[in-house]
Write a protein that binds this ligand. Structure first.
Ligand code: UPG
Ligand code: MN
Length: 744
């Protein structure tokens, strides 16, 4: 009797299909039909060879074919959407006393654009997870090799003795002190506990800020900890020995908080840097962390977060373990990825930082086919799979039950760990290749996740109601564009490499999964079709030459249907995902800018890299801005400011469309049969008008602003001249074509 209930499998997590899949499938079939008609139209009416319109027609058709195929790919991230949910109470009933050790890796790289105070707020939020402290170890990798960051971490280790009991006692959320304090309004009356913890925090903040302003550590502080002496021999962030400091040794009974409970282990690591060794950016830092942590705490689960991504949900570790420890499915899962969510995004998200539909719709769609990519932060890995282990069907994991920490004194552990983070350690090994995070790719996260999936594992996407992690989004236009250049470039390199979903993934991944990856890996080449669309129709408009069917023609219908249906659906999806109408409009603008600028540069750089002319870098996104810029951000005024070639391209295309629309409309007005002309130019007029409307902030930035965030005059001049030249050159080409035609 008892046996049957005993054998019954009660899962730790649940997977549900998203609603509305059938409706979506029907709807997309209708768009498919529209697209097919457009192709037929282009083929039937293709101008004969020798016709001056032929080249433009072919180019436009090429762009339409590209967008059609790309649209087809995007079906994969919507076709099979799923949602996951967890049962944490079951986890704790079954495993509370057998929970595995969890090692948390935080990466930072530059104390000026990633302020130490922000970094330790992240650290404190992670130390305060609702999880047995003795099983939690937090590692900070500091590629900036900064004594200020080290000092801040030391301060955080003292503060944690008060902060963790406070979090437990009042069960607060979020557990980043700065974020928590900002949720408490000034008007409510406060408990004495609150006031005293706030006072401690303020003191810590003041100490860190004073040191930051001084640019060095006061002498009386230096004597507090042996770790400071390491900096006696540090000459620069790019040239120093490995520094490992175990600030809290969480082995019972070494470190206790004010209530006598153990504290999580806390480790500072700055791996060795030498000018003649390439450090491989974040991937290199992560691999050093994997090795050092295996020597100290060796937790079988690894959580990786960026230094700005504080934990917003104290139960995330338990949620993730519901997936990894599920008796039936857990052994197939390599990693659990949370979405990247952000704080301080203005209501209408002018830089589209939230990537709303990607997080709310598309990643859940990928999950239906084998899992989301690893996106660098908010990701729980199994240590084994991150280190290159292959999936073997039927093999179950042995969780290291209980807790076995490495033996040895703190000094011994520090000494043995140092060797593991030295430059020469990886020489002649498979690190950065078969083991750990993959090197030589600007998106080390995506390629690493893909390799794991190609070894047979699946991953899981988890979007809980209370977001797991919140970070700082890029907060100027240029930062956004530069970040997307890095992403699109890295993604495209993966596609072209032997590790891509179409090469290495062939036969190893589901087709839907391969397609889904391609949606992102093809970002960069999207720029070409976009450029055709932004240049060819408007230039023909300028000359009064139609290249789309006229309104009264039956072929106009598929164009109208596809344009209206696709955009309405995108708007619908955006609103359902919690966005606003204006937010959608802003996002369309950002996608346009990314395609014109980020992807173009990403594309060109990938090509140069293939030819051996360029090497990838990692431009770190700033997490701070000056107050002026931040004020404009709050008011949702677009920030240009710098004179970047990206802005020149954006502004040139905006001007080109403006000139074309003016020129085209002038023809319509002066033409005797103006109405007929307008009818046949209608789609071109519409296209340029929309481009102009979407570019309004650009014209504003060029001509109607005088704050520091406007477009610099030089950029304005360059782009206006370029747009005029493009129009002129085109006229000449078109006219000579026409002459040729008459001569023939
Ligand atoms: O040499 C380096 C460069 C960067 N980082 C860290 O990497 C993280 C991500 O850098 P960030 O400038 O914030 O880039 P994002 O574009 O916001 O990051 C996303 O994209 C990256 C890949 O391009 C991933 O590494 C990140 O995890 C992912 O959040 C930060 O914590 C940095 O401190 C290092 O540790 N060492
Ligand atoms: Mn970031």
């Amino acid at each position: 009797m008892g046996a049957s209930t005993h054998d019954e499998y009660i899962p730790l997590f649940e997977t549900k299909q998203a609603k509305g899949r059938t409706a979506f499938r029907l709807f997309s079939s209708s768009i498919f039909a529209g697209i097919a008609l457009i192709w037929i139209y282009r083929l039937i009416y293709m101008p004969k060879s020798g016709d001056s319109l032929r080249l433009a027609w072919i180019m436009l058709f090429g762009a339409e074919v590209w967008f059609s195929l790309y649209w087809f790919l995007t079906l994969s991230v919507r076709w099979n959407r799923i949602h996951r949910s967890t049962f944490k109470s079951r986890l704790s009933q079954r495993y509370e006393h057998k929970l595995p050790g969890v090692d948390i890796f935080v990466c930072t790289a530059d104390p000026t654009i990633e302020p130490p105070l922000m970094v330790i707020n992240t650290i404190l939020s992670l130390m305060a997870y609702d999880y047995p402290s003795e099983k939690l170890s937090v590692y900070l990798s500091d590629d900036g090799g900064s004594v200020l960051t080290f000092y801040a971490l030391l301060e955080a280790s003292y503060f944690s003795k008060h902060w963790l009991p406070y979090c437990r006692k009042f069960n607060i959320e979020p557990r980043s002190p700065a974020a928590y304090f900002s949720t408490i309004s000034n008007s409510v009356s406060k408990s004495t506990e609150f006031l005293s913890i706030k006072k401690l925090y303020d003191e810590m903040e003041l100490n860190i800020e004073t040191a930051t302003k001084l640019g060095r550590i006061p002498n009386e502080v230096r004597t507090q900890h042996k770790g400071f002496s390491e900096w006696d021999s540090v000459s620069s962030p790019r040239d120093h020995q490995t520094i490992v400091q175990i600030l809290i040794d969480g082995r019972v009974p070494n470190a206790l908080d004010t209530e006598g409970c153990t504290l999580p282990t806390l480790v500072y690591l700055s791996r060795e840097k030498r000018p003649n060794y390439h450090h491989n950016f974040k991937a290199g830092a992560m691999n050093a962390l994997i090795r050092v942590s295996s020597n100290v705490s060796d937790g079988p689960v690894i959580l990786n977060v960026d230094c700005d991504m504080y934990s917003n949900n104290s139960e995330s570790v338990r949620d993730a373990l519901c997936f990894l420890m599920d008796e039936q499915k857990g052994h197939e899962i390599a990693f659990v990825q949370y979405p990247q969510c952000f704080t301080n995004v203005t209501e209408n998200d002018i830089y589209g930082s939230l990537l709303r539909t990607i997080s709310k719709v598309e990643l859940g769609g990928m999950d239906g086919y084998g899992g989301p990519p690893y996106i660098g932060t908010g990701c729980f890995h199994r240590r084994e799979t991150l280190c290159g282990e292959k999936y073997v069907k039927g093999r179950k994991f042995e969780w290291k039950i209980g807790f076995k920490r490495k033996e040895g004194s703190v000094i011994e552990l520090e000494e043995t760990s140092k060797m593991l983070a030295n430059c020469i350690y990886e020489k002649g090994t498979q690190w950065g290749n078969e083991i750990g995070l993959k090197y030589d790719c600007p998106v080390e996260d995506v390629i690493t996740g893909l390799l794991i999936q190609c070894r047979g594992w699946i991953s899981v996407f988890f979007y809980p109601e209370r977001e797991g992690f919140l970070g700082v989004p890029p907060n100027t236009l240029l930062q956004t564009l530069v970040q997307h250049k890095r992403w699109s470039e890295g993604d495209f390199q993966i596609l072209l490499s032997k590790y891509g979903p179409l090469t290495n993934g062939l036969g190893r991944m589901k087709i839907g999964h391969q397609m889904a990856y391609c949606v992102y890996l093809l970002w960069a080449p999207n720029c070409l079709a976009t450029l055709f669309f932004l240049i060819v129709p408007p230039l023909h408009l300028l000359k009064g030459v139609p290249i789309f069917p006229k309104v009264s023609c039956q072929w106009f219908l598929p164009f109208a249907y596809v344009i209206i249906a696709a955009n309405s659906y995108s708007l619908f999806e955006f609103i359902v995902s919690g966005g606003t109408l204006k937010g959608w409009w802003n996002e369309q603008r950002i996608w346009l800018f990314k395609r014109e600028a980020s992807y173009l540069f990403g594309f060109i750089e990938t090509m140069l890299k293939l030819l051996g002319f360029a090497k990838s870098a990692f431009d770190i996104t700033a997490k701070v801005v000056d107050p002026d810029v931040s004020q404009r951000y709050e008011k949702e005024i677009m920030e240009f400011g710098a004179s970047s070639p990206m802005f020149t391209i954006i502004a040139t295309l905006a001007m080109l469309n403006l000139f074309s629309l003016i020129g085209g409309l002038k023809r319509v007005i002066t033409d005797l049969e103006g109405w007929t002309l307008l009818e046949s130019l209608f789609l071109q007029v519409l296209l340029s008008s929309i481009v102009i409307l979407i570019n309004l902030p650009v014209y504003q930035g060029m001509f109607f602003r005088n704050d520091m965030g406007r477009i610099p005059s030089l950029v304005t001049i360059k782009s206006t001249v370029s747009a005029i030249l493009l129009c002129m050159i085109y006229s000449i080409v078109l006219e000579s074509n026409v002459h040729l035609l008459y001569l023939n």
